[in-house]
Design a protein around this ligand. Structure first.
Ligand code: CA
Length: 232
């Protein structure tokens, strides 16, 4: 296991590294204070988890996320001093898997890290074969989504949401059931976060994302995938 910390404040970076290594002595921790270098290290070091600060001296954490998501689905936990909801939403839109507001408590950090690592490895092991629903087909071992014959790139979280909806093809899945499938537990703002991810998914598969025909909303309850049309 390897964790990459991209954080320009050396005290915070060291504190995170020490916290993680006390809890999991076998985990290797690699760090950088630069965003550009962080992107390179995701490629060269192949970490199992990235802990990413948003305010970096060269490029922003958002830019790091955007570049990393072009080639990697590694889980990314964003650390931010900004508690502004827009920043958090933006980070999630750019493909972050989770976020924490600084200053954070060590125990909270550890539980978030553990949840991300567990989710990721469960996902890797969990071969359900190929799921399909309507025009969507998802290879659960590689995470490759084929829509109408075209390959669509998904982030980890988008993939988990879609995988759970596909398991329940044609049936409404509640916000809390989705939250549990995606984050391992339900939490108060889950429906708002899910909205952000579903909007992104719609941009990837719907002809008109503002008039969805594939990922349907049941107001106040949850989402469903349109069932394949039956002939006759
Ligand atoms: Ca910073």
């Amino acid at each position: 296991m390897k964790v990459l910390i991209v954080e320009d404040n050396p005290e915070i970076s060291t504190a995170i590294g020490v916290t993680v290594q006390i809890r999991w002595p076998d985990v290797r921790v690699v760090t950088t204070h630069l965003g550009e270098r962080g992107v390179e290290m995701v490629e060269s070091e192949k970490p199992d988890l990235v802990i990413l600060d948003l305010g970096l001296p060269d490029i922003s954490g958002y830019e790091v996320l955007k570049r990393v998501r072009l080639f990697s689905v590694v889980p990314v936990l964003v650390l931010t001093v900004r508690s502004d909801e827009d920043d958090v939403v933006k980070a999630l839109e750019y493909g972050a898997d989770d976020y924490m507001i600084k200053p954070f408590r060590k125990l909270e950090l550890l539980s978030r890290v553990q949840a991300l690592l567990r989710r990721y490895s469960t996902f890797q092991e969990q071969g359900e074969g190929t799921l399909s629903c309507g025009l969507l087909s998802l290879d659960t071992s590689t995470g490759k989504l084929i829509y109408s014959g075209k390959e669509v790139r998904l982030t980890n979280t988008e993939r988990r949401i879609l995988q759970h909806l596909m398991r329940n093809c044609g049936h409404v899945v509640t916000y809390s059931s989705l939250a549990e499938a995606v984050w391992g537990n339900d939490y108060p703002d889950a429906a708002d976060s899910l909205k952000v991810y579903v909007r992104r998914l719609r941009e990837k598969v719907e002809t008109d994302p503002s008039d969805p025909k594939i990922i349907l909303t049941t107001a106040g309850i949850g989402y469903s995938l349109a069932a394949p049309e039956k002939s006759g």
